[in-house]
Design a protein around this ligand. Structure first.
Ligand SMILES: *Cc1c(COP(=O)(O)O)cnc(C)c1O
Length: 401
């Protein structure tokens, strides 16, 4: 998590600008704010970094997903294809929109596969909510072809993929809209915040209205603004935006460092016979926030995870130990909510308690991942790779041929 690793004076300076004027609100108060528009500057920074024509900062990655779904017209009873490997926020946003999630298979890209999406399409499928999991691209060629053929919208939950590209184009710009999270655990953080990007002007306007009770933000008198639609309050505050601004400026450095560290790890581990890695659709475009190993068997993966833990090296064995796979989502399977959702009324298209995703399970059971740090010194990285190499070799030796 480079954002937290590289937190410092730059963030403090941006926050102090806001504290000195006391204008914590992102709109209006033009005279008092002494030229400080942190949310606007944060949006401009993310737009420039990603190459998006438009960016809208909101209060979180979760509200960013909700904003995209709403702006794209996803609502009552619409089927939305989602991955079983993601942060549960993706699925919650679909349910809160009044839509119905439909789970499809992932493959060794760790993202939805084109074949998985094709098999999950129903006559009521409105959108594919694609998650570019752990900072690298899904098979966009294949997925865009299926979406086009079936006349289904592509919307990208790029919460984890800031800094990642596919064939030189930033993720989040392949579908109608893309969204980023700046929570404490993402590549860059602003405490809590999110950003929606798109090249589509009407969509970003709708998103803007939705995020602020329908205000059209024309003029400098909030009381006299027009309200083309209803909305809600998903606004970001100026303090969070100030931190996001400082962090966004560090993204090129973060991504460059992560990629260099990933290359060093890859070079050494590629020599271990029989070991595989996450399938990359565009290896050079990986933001390299994570490194992913695919062991030949589930037993070998678990053995590696445990061996490294015993040496004080934390890795993620998502299949059992983490909150990011459907296997762990009992509250979702029971649709546990304090109020009645559209999903309760209409019923989900799939029975989540008996749903089988054998291809996804087969990948997840063999997957061991770890964070790539930006602040590793060369010596630290070398020592880390040495331990990793030994543990991987040992785990591979235990695999019964
Ligand atoms: C983190 C995350 C979110 C939610 O972002 P928050 O800022 O924590 O609300 C949504 N989708 C995915 C894939 C995420 O990883």
């Amino acid at each position: 998590m480079p954002g937290t690793e590289l937190f410092g004076e730059e963030e403090k300076k941006e926050v102090m600008d806001v504290l000195e004027t006391g204008v914590l609100f992102r709109y209006n108060h033009d005279a008092q704010r002494q030229g400080h528009w942190k949310a606007k500057a944060f949006e401009a920074e993310v737009a420039a970094f990603t190459g998006a024509k438009h960016a809208l900062a909101v209060s979180s990655g979760s509200t960013a997903v909700s904003t995209m779904l709403a702006a794209c017209g996803v609502g009552y009873g619409d089927h939305v294809i989602v991955p079983p490997f993601t942060f549960v926020a993706t699925i919650e946003a679909v349910l809160l929109a009044g839509a119905l999630p439909v789970f499809a298979e992932i493959d060794e890209t760790l993202c939805l596969s084109a074949a998985g999406i094709r098999a999950a399409i129903t006559p009521r499928t409105k959108a594919v909510l694609l998650v570019h999991m752990c900072g690298a691209a899904a098979d966009l060629d294949g997925i865009l072809a299926v979406c086009k053929e079936k006349d289904v919208m592509l919307i990208e939950d790029t919460a984890q993929a800031l800094g990642a590209t596919y064939r030189g184009r930033h993720l989040g710009l392949f579908g109608k809209m893309g969204s980023f999270s700046f929570d404490f655990f993402k590549i860059a953080t602003c405490g809590e915040g999110g950003v929606v990007i798109t090249d589509d002007e009407p969509l970003i306007r709708t998103a803007e209205y939705l995020s602020d009770h329908g205000h059209d933000h024309v003029g400098n008198n909030r009381g006299m603004e027009q309200h083309p639609i209803l909305g809600t309050n998903y606004r970001i505050g100026e303090i969070n935006a100030a931190i996001g601004l400082a962090q966004s400026r560090k993204l090129p450095l973060m991504v460059a460092k992560q990629r260099a560290h990933k290359a060093a790890i890859q070079a050494r581990l590629s020599k271990v016979p029989g070991l595989s890695f996450r399938k990359q659709c565009d290896d050079a475009g990986d933001s390299a926030t994570f490194f992913h190993l695919l062991l030949p068997t589930a037993d070998a993966a678990l053995a590696l995870h445990k061996d490294l833990a015993a040496q004080g090296i934390g890795t993620m064995y998502w299949f059992n130990n983490m909150y990011h796979y459907i296997k762990q989502w009992d509250h979702l399977k029971d649709l546990r909510m304090p109020y009645r959702l559209v999903a309760h009324e209409l019923g989900l298209p799939q029975d989540l308690k008996s749903l089988k995703l054998p291809q996804s399970d087969a990948v997840m059971a063999r997957l061991v991942s770890f964070n790539i740090r930006v602040t590793w010194t060369e010596a630290e990285l070398d020592a880390f790779i040495g331990k990793l190499e030994a543990a991987v070799t040992k785990a591979m030796a235990g695999v019964v041929a």
